[in-house]
Ligand binder design. Structure first.
Ligand SMILES: [Zn+2]
Length: 401
């Protein structure tokens, strides 16, 4: 700006240009906040139980670390977070995943016991809506990795009784149910016989099938077997990360939508942009070499120091809110507004969240971004939770037939 401008001229420019735009921005912010508060907002993947199993904090109060706690959920308008009941892939061989899954569910029950006026566990779409109307946070349970089923079909019903609403068939390695997108070995060529049986049993008892993490082959086999729509609880569009099987290809998104399912967009930067994806691939390759050379564990201080130095030398290319919005746009362009939602992966993707979406209090920024891209309020409520509720309801109704 030219410093020779007279104060009068400067204030005139302010009045004409600046003030209205500030006002418009404030209006958009207020509108987004209201939308987030007034409508049910569901996030199908938050890894807080595992986070507090490693380093306990009372998340019913404000916490300094992590990306989820009750006050921040309230500030962000989040109503139904799916608590991830995650067990590491290595436990498939080592054992102990049934035990850990039960303990993590206990931890979610303990959260509710500490804040019974503020939170409740929800097991169905109707219960989620009732919690929302009552002004309570509805904690839903999603099991990430089918390993805790322990080769016993009766455990599907058992975990349904404990409140599990979806099961992600596998995690980062092939397991008793399915091959994994992260595992270069494909021993099952998709699903195992037990995996097929589990998909049918999940239909029968009313648990949503989550195809995030499975191989492409397994995904298409699930679609052939399941008689109800399935979800991807935390996956993004492979269109932006070519070759990254953990995200969904256009062909898969179309097939998912044809079956009435929904893709819940993951916010991790390496799920969103190729630049962050390549950074992560290179980093994890080098980390693996470092860990093997020194025989270090993930939790060792040496690993933390290696990570810190690496990031200092080569800063992580964080994605932006705009990148997140691109994924929503892409899915909507491909299959329409009815098949996409939110599966942030908060507390699950380390320090890799986009600049403007760092924790659960940031949902209004996402809503504002969607408004800015021209989505109607009705469309935004579908993304926020309407689409997921539709699938959840359908899965529940099927079991009641
Ligand atoms: Zn995951």
């Amino acid at each position: 700006m030219d410093n020779r401008l007279t104060p009068i001229l400067a204030s005139l420019i302010c009045a004409v240009l600046l003030v209205p735009s500030v006002e418009a921005e404030e209006n958009a912010q207020a509108r987004a906040r209201n939308l987030a508060q007034a409508n049910i907002l569901i996030d199908t993947h938050i890894d807080v139980p595992y986070r507090i199993s490693e380093k306990w904090e009372d998340v019913t109060r404000a916490t300094e670390k992590g990306e989820f706690d009750l006050p921040r959920a309230r500030a962000g308008g989040l109503d139904v977070p799916f608590m991830s009941i995650y067990t590491p892939a290595e436990m498939e061989a080592e054992g102990g995943s049934f035990q850990l899954a039960n303990q993590l569910i206990d931890m979610v029950e303990a959260m509710v016991a500490r804040a019974p006026d503020a939170a409740v566990i929800v097991r169905t779409a109707a219960e989620a809506e009732a919690a929302f109307r009552a002004g309570k946070l509805g904690l839903a349970l999603g099991m990430e990795n089918g390993s805790p089923l322990d080769h016993d079909i009766a455990n599907v019903g058992y975990f349904r009784d404990r409140g599990i609403s979806y099961i992600t068939l596998t995690h980062s390695l092939s397991n008793q149910l399915s091959d994994s997108s992260y595992d270069k070995n494909r021993p099952l060529q998709g699903l195992s016989d037990f995996g097929r049986e589990v998909v049918r049993e999940m239909n029968r008892v009313g648990i949503m099938i989550d195809i995030s993490h499975v191989s492409d082959q397994a995904f298409f086999q699930v679609l052939e077997i399941s008689r109800v729509p399935v979800i991807a609880s935390h996956s993004s569009a492979r269109h932006y990360t070519p070759g990254f099987e953990r995200n969904m290809s256009d062909e898969m998104i179309v097939a998912l939508a044809e079956h009435g399912g929904v893709i819940q967009i993951n916010f991790g930067s390496s799920f969103l942009t190729n630049e962050a994806r390549e950074w992560s691939d290179e980093f994890y390759d080098k980390l693996e070499v470092f860990q093997e050379a020194g025989d270090f564990d993930e939790q060792d201080v040496e690993v933390a120091a290696f990570t810190k130095d690496y990031r200092k030398e080569k800063p992580f290319p964080f994605a932006t809110l705009s990148d997140v919005l691109d994924h929503f746009d892409h899915v909507v362009k491909l299959v329409g507004i009815d098949y996409v939602g939110i599966g942030s992966d908060f507390d699950g993707v380390g320090d890799s969240l986009p600049v403007d979406l760092k924790d659960v209090s940031a949902f209004p920024a996402l809503v504002e971004g969607l408004l800015g891209r021209g989505y109607s309020e009705q469309d935004i409520t579908k993304i926020m939770g309407g689409n997921l509720l539709r699938v959840w309801r359908q899965v529940g109704e099927f079991t009641a037939l």
